[in-house]
Ligand binder design. Structure first.
Ligand code: ADE
Ligand code: ZN
Length: 354
C-alpha cells in the first residue's frame, strides 16, 4: 500500500476510525472518578475525597508506586458483582465508540480477594459484561488474570487455585504491580503451572525495571508478549531478539509519561521501536488515571512524534491484531477489514488529487 496521499492533518480522524485491538488495559484502571463516587454511594462507603475534582487533582503521580497507591484505593469501592459488571460495561461501550473490535482485558483478583470479595463475584461481573458486549455491541473481548508481583509466590498460587473453577472465563495470566525488587523469577513456578494448564502468558517487564527483566520474563516465565518493554532499547542484543522472534510489546505512551518513564511524549522511544522492526502496539493501560483511552493515546503520540505517519498507523493496528490471542482465521478477517479501511482512505484521496 502507498500511504503517501494521506496528509498529517488527516491522521487524527484515521487513527480514531481505523479498526484495532487493545491488548493492555487494566479494568480497574478504567474506573472513572464519577463511577468511584457512584459506587461509594451505592455501597455506603465513605471516601477520603469530598468531590470528583478533588479526587482527580490527586492524580499527580511521581512514579509507578505513587500511582498504584491511588489505583488500589480506588478499587475498594468495587464490592458486588453488579459493580464489576458496571465497570467492564463502561469500558466496553467506550471501546466500541473508539472502533476497538477486540480487547484483552487485565484484572487483578488479589486486589479484591484480599478485601474479602469472593473471586466469583469479580469474574462473574466482568464476564457478564463481556458476554453482553459480544451480543449487543458485536465486540470481542477476553480476560487475562494478573498476579500482583509485590505479593508472594504462595499468594499467586492461591489466586490460581481460586480461579481454576472459572477456567473457561479467562484466556491467560499476566504479572503486574511494582516491578522493581519483584523480578519475574519470583513467579517462575506459577507461570510454569499456568503453561501446563494451557493458559496464554504475558508479563509487565521493562516499564520501570531494567532490560534484564524483559529477558527473564521471556526465558524464565516463557511469556508470549511483553507489557511495556520500553527499556529494551538499553540492550541491543535484546532488541535484535525481540524483532527476530516477533515478540510483541504492548506499549502505553500516556501511562509512560504520567509515571515518568519518559519525561514527555516527544521523548518516547516508540518510533525507534517500530523502526527497528519490533511488533509494537499502542494501548491505554489505566485510561481513567492517565488522561485518555486508546484513541487519545494514538492521537497524542502521533502529534508528538513526526516520524509517525499513516504507514505506522496501519502497522500499529495490524500488529494489535497479529499479537492478539485469537485464532489465525479471526485475525485474518480483522486484518482484511483493516486493509480495506486503508485502501478506501487512499483511493478517496487519489480521486480528489487526480
Ligand atoms: N497495574 C496497573 N497499571 C500498572 C502498570 N502500569 N504497571 C504495573 N502494574 C500496573
Ligand atoms: Zn499495565
Amino acid at each position: 500500500m502507498n500511504f503517501d496521499s494521506i496528509a498529517r492533518e488527516d491522521l487524527p480522524d484515521i487513527l480514531c476510525r481505523m479498526p484495532k485491538a487493545e491488548l493492555h488495559i487494566h479494568i480497574e484502571g478504567s474506573l472513572e472518578p464519577e463511577l468511584i463516587f457512584a459506587l461509594a454511594t451505592r455501597n455506603r462507603i465513605q471516601l477520603t475525597y469530598q468531590t470528583i475534582d478533588e479526587l482527580r487533582t490527586a492524580y499527580d503521580f511521581t512514579d509507578l508506586r505513587s500511582f498504584l497507591d491511588n489505583y488500589y484505593a480506588g478499587a475498594s469501592v468495587l464490592q458486588r458483582e453488579e459493580d464489576f459488571f458496571d465497570l467492564a460495561w463502561a469500558y466496553l461501550r467506550c471501546a466500541k465508540a473508539e472502533n476497538i473490535v477486540h480487547a484483552e482485558i487485565f484484572f487483578d483478583p488479589q486486589t479484591h480477594t484480599a478485601r474479602g470479595i469472593p473471586f466469583e463475584t469479580v469474574i462473574n461481573g466482568l464476564d457478564r459484561a463481556i458476554r453482553r458486549g459480544r451480543e449487543e455491541l458485536g465486540l470481542s473481548a477476553t480476560l487475562i488474570l494478573c498476579f500482583l508481583r509485590h505479593l508472594s509466590e504462595e499468594d499467586a498460587f492461591t489466586a490460581l487455585e481460586e480461579a481454576l473453577p472459572f477456567r473457561d472465563k479467562f484466556i491467560g495470566v499476566g504479572l503486574d504491580s511494582s516491578e522493581r525488587g519483584n523480578p519475574p523469577e519470583k513467579f517462575a513456578r506459577v507461570f510454569a503451572r499456568c503453561r501446563e494448564l494451557g493458559l496464554r502468558l504475558v508479563a509487565h517487564a521493562g516499564e520501570e525495571g531494567s532490560a534484564e527483566y524483559i529477558r527473564s520474563a521471556l526465558d524464565l516465565l516463557k511469556v508470549e508478549r511483553i507489557d511495556h518493554g520500553v527499556r529494551c532499547l538499553d540492550d541491543p542484543h535484546l532488541v535484535a531478539r525481540l524483532a527476530r522472534q516477533r515478540i510483541p510489546l504492548t506499549v502505553c505512551p500516556l501511562s509512560n509519561v504520567k509515571l515518568r518513564v519518559f519525561p514527555s511524549l516527544p521523548a518516547h522511544n516508540i518510533g525507534k521501536l517500530l523502526a527497528v522492526g519490533i511488533a509494537v502496539t499502542i494501548n491505554s493501560d489505566d485510561p481513567a488515571y492517565f488522561g485518555g483511552y486508546l484513541n487519545r493515546n494514538f492521537i497524542a503520540t502521533f502529534e508528538a512524534l513526526p516520524e509517525l505517519g499513516a504507514k505506522e498507523a496501519y502497522q500499529l493496528a495490524r500488529n494489535s491484531f497479529q499479537a492478539s490471542f485469537v485464532d489465525e482465521s479471526i485475525k485474518d478477517g480483522w486484518i482484511g477489514a483493516l486493509d480495506k479501511f486503508f485502501e478506501e482512505q487512499i483511493s478517496i484521496r487519489n480521486l480528489c488529487h487526480s
